[in-house]
Design a protein around this ligand. Structure first.
Ligand code: AMP
Ligand code: FE
Ligand code: FE
Ligand code: ZN
Length: 290
């Protein structure tokens, strides 16, 4: 039995609601699913309810934005306390920062001759934290680019001509924040190539020192050699290996359940998270807060 530990919904930059995302996990025959929206836990309640309806195990998660040398580094945090003041404050700050940054990206695009109305971007995001996929969707809708891939390759990718960083935390501080919030922190898709990729095993060592619990070696964007490399790097450091599809609904090709994590590994993550909660004085959460 296995669990897809990496999915997005309309609460961030996916196109399916949390309940519809869970329904797809049930259709795929999974034993459970994690919801890991960017910088928000707003979808947990709906997803947990849907999991209860479908008899699936719900794994509460968040994909926290961090940055190193102005490049994005994503961390998955499982079983965090969503009410943890420091984590909630950072997610709030990131939400505001994402709006400012989207305005800056729109201004850069204008300077490059690509007209995108910020109001259209904000409308697409709705209540969700604004992400580059919302900008890319508007660029496709207005015909500025033929598809989302071109929007990223030509303009929006890390280090691209219209890229603006988020002023996010360092990955080390992100791991510490997720762990102090009672969660288990996992390095997301370390092998996804971004320009001048910042993620290497030196960073992994620093993240281990900060409390990292696992590495997402089995990501849909990793080829076999990349998976093997990060599995080995994880094993050498006693880290858990996780897998997820990074499902974004219609925004990306991945199918829900395309990469998964064995139930036993999720049990181990939960145990790590419980240990973190016990270790942080005063942050005991009692019953599930979502
Ligand atoms: P942001 O959260 O605004 O930094 O945007 C990052 C998100 O953009 C990722 O989580 C993906 O959903 C999406 N993304 C990043 N690179 C690409 C790409 N090359 N093609 C399509 N989507 C991408
Ligand atoms: Fe995304
Ligand atoms: Fe990511
Ligand atoms: Zn993701």
């Amino acid at each position: 039995m296995s669990i897809d530990l990496h999915t997005h919904s309309t609460r961030s930059d996916g196109t399916t609601t949390p309940a519809a995302t869970v329904a797809l996990a049930a259709e795929a025959g999974l034993s459970g699913v994690a919801l890991t929206d960017h910088d928000t836990t707003a979808g947990w309640h709906e997803a947990a309810q849907a999991c209860a309806d479908h008899g699936l195990r719900f794994v509460p998660g968040v994909e926290l934005s961090t940055e190193l040398a102005e490049r994005s580094v994503h961390l998955l945090g499982y079983f965090v306390d969503p009410a943890d003041p420091a984590l909630a404050e950072e997610c709030d700050r990131l939400r505001n920062e994402r709006r400012r940054r989207a305005e800056a990206i729109v201004a850069r695009l204008a300077a490059l001759g690509v007209d995108v109305a910020f109001a259209d971007v904000a409308a697409r995001a709705g209540e969700a934290p604004i992400g580059r996929p919302h900008i890319a969707a508007v660029m496709v809708a207005t015909g500025a680019v033929p598809d989302v891939a071109t929007a990223f390759d030509a303009y929006l990718a890390d280090g691209g001509p219209a890229y603006v960083p988020k002023h996010a935390l360092s990955p080390e501080r992100g791991v510490a924040l997720l762990t102090a919030a009672g969660g288990a922190a996992v390095l997301a898709h370390p092998g996804l190539s971004t320009r001048d990729a910042a993620v290497d095993t030196d960073l992994l060592d620093r993240l281990v020192d900060a409390g990292l619990a696992g590495v997402e070696a089995d990501h849909v964007g990793h080829d076999d050699a990349t998976r093997a490399f990060w599995r080995d790097a994880a094993a050498r450091r006693g880290l858990l290996v996780t897998g997820g599809s990074d499902f974004h609904g219609a925004r990306k090709d991945a199918r829900l359940g395309q990469s998964t994590t064995p139930d036993m590994v999720v049990d181990a993550l939960a145990e790590r998270a419980a240990g973190a909660t016990r270790a942080v004085a005063g942050s005991a959460t009692g019953t599930a807060p979502w």
